[in-house]
Write a protein that binds this ligand. Structure first.
Ligand code: BGC
Length: 813
């Protein structure tokens, strides 16, 4: 179905209702403030089509009753559909045709093209009926990257073999609900209340509404224009055509005379405002003014393209071939979800982009896979996303207090307020049973946030951030870990009990009533890392800041000593000479993987399969995704060995290799993050299968390898992670105030690529990777030379305006 025509175009050249939701998700357009799914303008929501528009940070809370229980959920709200455009042909002297959609039997040709360079979605349809009457329809849509309140859609009609008129209905549809995820169908979904719609005397359609809780006001205004201009009906005060408001929205009906060779056009220009905007104002008035004053489509398009050009300059990554195209698709969706406009908002990293309703638009630990890339290209956006967490420190502190702990306990799923938003119950679609959801015990999310704080400061050299809000986050997470660890005085080891690791399958011991497992290796090692960084940070803080922080946080010498002790004596379980995923993992039953594959084919969601069989995945050595091996994603082999050694364990290359092989064999890859992490770890280890996993990570969304999940929203962590895999994973790149450090590993299938990064105050440092060598070019505008460190601690500098090549295997330089 996919026809990837060239390096900057993603497309589909047939219409396949079974894949329409996938196409909609992958053709979503956004600007980091709001996004609209790439749905067919002709179709309202139904079994095939699902239009959706989502505003970053616009959540609403509703209460539902499921399985006899009252559950609350906070959802990213689907906003009124501004794209809807119905049309039919009225041939002279003949009866009117039917309303046309891609589902019409008269559809003869269909293609969708996403121009990634310019951020433009176009769709072409050709219909021909039994009378030989043809109609070609071309839609072009943008969600404006320069002016983040605006979007526009231009539709052009060509008639073949007939003349007469096209009847068009341009609709602003407020009847939408959150109905994009089948599994959530039992939950309340009507978030928009108090809908009011109308037209201004100039013919601008508008619709304002409120969310239920909290009451955010949302206003959309749409200017509909025609080319050639159509006359207003006598006495009309509503722009072209007839206008009517319904209880659900505003409809403008147009009659456009058409003849062969004389195409006609309808353009909808949207302005979207809300009470979340700053500075505050009346959303409706502001939306109407913005729609009225917006430039014509051609000028909007030019400014939009220019904005995208700037983004691509800063986010440059060129990889040849098919992999390069997919990486560009990933980068495109990343930039549409998190653009420089996002830096103006109070929002986090939504795990499924602004592309659908899966996971309710919530923010998980996935930023761990996203921020390192933003640190390299858009450090201001990365900082703003960390500030989203900083503003929610009070909520994280309150959660820790409620759990009887100190410090900050960040929620596994976060949305508007920073409180825990993980659902209490989830549905197993295979068995139809609602089950308790214990994934909230993934306390490792705090370490992910602390890791991002540290990495951001290291990569950008932003000491102000590290010593300011960054220190508050990192120290409070460290404090949480030190308090949560309990000491077994006999063994002299600390334990972190009752948690869930990144592998969500194991949320309790078999047959146990208490939730959680003990001493998840990933959780414990990263907690030790956070504690060690907390101590390092306290040492490097200027004395006055340290004193002020310690006083404010009531952090005394005794507590700091405990951090040191815990960071050296947290328990990490081992069995059969490998790092165990958690205490007791090695004693769980072995699963007959082949038997399950033979029986079910796709066993990614083994948890659901086993539960439906009346069994439980908790009984088996079977993981959803990389868990222990996440350590190899976050830390280089020497760092990892150092961390284990600080904890009093020896993990050399041999042990690590065995650990990788052991866990890889027992993972079902039920999360798109899994293949990414395995690809990364194997590539750094020069493992044979590296490319197989990297390729699967590349295909995760574009080929919808999880079978239907992408249509509910992209997997932003996996998308960003694949770009990071190329830029940092393969090159071993580290940036910091000391310049660039490169330690590439060869990945045969990606022998050459080019990308541009920010580093040590330089913007636009260009790296060209070729087999056996790497070129570093420093922009002529850079104020000072850039230090570069190669394997073996070989140090060089590159002067402004110079491109210097380094050999990687020989002496180089
Ligand atoms: C994964 C988590 C991830 C979440 C959101 C889940 O399926 O297991 O690791 O954070 O999806 O992407």
């Amino acid at each position: 179905m996919t026809s990837a025509t060239e390096g900057w175009t993603w497309g589909y050249d047939t219409y396949d209702p079974a894949h329409e939701r996938l196409v909609e998700a992958l053709c979503t357009l956004g600007n980091g403030r709001f996004a609209t799914r790439g749905s067919a303008p002709e179709c309202p929501a139904g079994p095939v089509h699902y239009p959706g528009t989502y505003l970053a940070g616009c959540y609403d809370r509703l209460t539902s009753r499921v399985a006899g229980e009252r559950v609350e959920n906070e959802d990213l709200v689907n906003l009124p559909n501004w794209t809807l455009l119905r049309y039919r042909c009225l041939p002279d002297g003949d009866r009117p045709g039917e309303w046309l959609t891609p589902d019409s039997p008269h559809l003869r040709h269909y293609d969708v093209r996403l121009d990634l360079r310019r951020g433009v979605l176009s769709r072409h349809l050709h219909y021909e009926d039994d009378r030989g009457h043809g109609l070609r329809v071309g839609h072009v849509r943008i969600v404006h990257m320069g002016t983040p309140a605006l979007a526009a859609q231009r539709t052009t009609f060509h008639a073949y073999g007939w003349s007469g008129a096209i009847e068009v209905e341009s609709v602003l549809d407020g009847s939408v609900t959150n109905a994009g995820v089948e599994r959530y169908r039992h939950l309340e979904s009507r978030h928009l209340i108090d809908r009011q719609s109308g037209f201004t005397p100039e013919g601008i359609a508008h619709l304002s509404c409120r969310t239920a809780d909290p009451g955010h006001t949302i206003a959309l205004a749409v200017r509909t224009e025609t080319e050639p201009e159509t006359d207003r009906p006598a006495g009309s005060e509503s722009g072209p055509g007839r206008a009517r408001t319904t209880s659900e929205g505003a409809v403008q009906s147009l009659l456009l005379p058409i003849r062969r060779g004389n195409p006609v056009r309808v353009t909808k220009t949207l302005a979207l405002r809300s009470s979340l905007d700053r500075p505050a104002g009346d959303p409706l008035g502001l939306a109407v003014d913005a729609a009225t004053g917006a430039p014509p489509f051609s000028r909007l398009l030019a400014a939009h393209r220019a904005a995208w050009e700037r983004l691509w300059e800063e986010g440059e990554l060129h990889v040849p071939g098919r992999a390069g195209l997919v990486l560009r698709v990933h980068q495109f969706h990343l930039l549409q979800t998190l653009s420089p406009h996002t830096a103006e908002l109070d929002v986090g990293v939504p795990a499924r982009g602004l592309h659908g309703e899966a996971y309710r638009g919530h923010v998980f630990w996935d930023e761990l896979f996203v921020l390192p890339h933003l640190d390299l290209h858009f450090p201001e956006v990365a900082r703003a996303l960390l500030m989203y967490r900083h503003r929610r420190l009070p909520a994280a502190r309150a959660a820790a207090r409620e759990a009887g702990r100190k410090g900050a306990m960040f929620p596994w799923q976060s949305a508007s307020s920073g409180r825990e938003e993980t659902q209490a119950l989830h549905l197993n679609p295979r068995s139809g049973r609602w089950l308790p959801d214990r994934s909230r015990l993934q306390r490792h999310v705090g370490s992910a946030i602390a890791h991002n704080v540290w990495h951001h400061a290291r990569a950008t050299g932003d000491r102000g951030f590290l010593h300011g809000p960054g220190a508050e986050i990192l120290l409070e997470v460290a404090r949480y870990w030190a308090g949560a660890a309990d000491l077994d005085p006999v063994a002299g080891r600390y334990h972190l009990r009752g948690v869930v690791g990144p592998d969500e399958y194991h949320d309790a011991y078999p047959d146990a009533t208490a939730p959680g497992i003990d001493d998840n290796a990933y959780t414990n090692v990263t907690a030790a890392w956070v504690l060690a960084r907390g101590l390092e940070l306290l040492d490097e803080l200027p004395a006055a800041r340290r004193a002020e922080l310690c006083e404010r946080l009531a952090l005394d010498a005794g507590e700091i000593d405990r951090w040191d002790d815990v960071s050296r004596r947290l328990h990490v379980p081992f069995h059969h000479g490998v790092v165990s995923q958690f205490e007791g993992y090695g004693e769980l039953a072995e699963l007959d993987w082949q038997a399950y594959r033979d029986r079910y084919g796709d066993i990614r969601r083994l948890d659901r399969i086993l539960e439906a069989e009346g069994d439980s995945v908790n009984r088996y050595q079977a993981s959803k995704q990389a868990d222990t091996l996440m350590l190899g994603h976050l830390f280089r082999p020497v760092e990892l060995a150092g961390l284990f050694s600080r904890l009093g364990y020896r993990v050399d290359d041999e042990i690590w290799r065995s650990t990788v092989a052991y866990h890889l064999r027992r993972t079902s890859h039920g999360s798109t993050l899994s293949s990414l992490v395995h690809g990364w770890v194997l590539a750094r280890e020069k493992g044979d299968d590296a490319w197989r996993y990297c390729e699967e990570a590349l295909l995760a969304d574009v080929a919808d390898v999880q079978g239907g999940t992408t249509g509910e929203g992209i997997h932003l962590g996996a998308m960003a992670g694949t770009i990071d895999l190329v830029e940092r994973g393969i090159t071993g790149l580290e940036t910091g105030p000391g310049g660039l450090r490169i330690e590439p590993v060869a990945l045969r299938e990606l022998p050459r690529f080019v990308f541009t990064v920010c580093c040590a105050g330089h913007r636009g440092v260009r790296l060209r990777v070729l087999p056996g060598r790497v070129g570093v070019r420093v922009p002529v505008s850079s104020p000072v030379p850039l230090p570069v460190t190669l394997p073996g601690e070989r140090r060089f500098t590159v002067e402004p305006g110079e491109e210097r090549w380094f050999l990687l295997r020989a002496q180089g330089g």
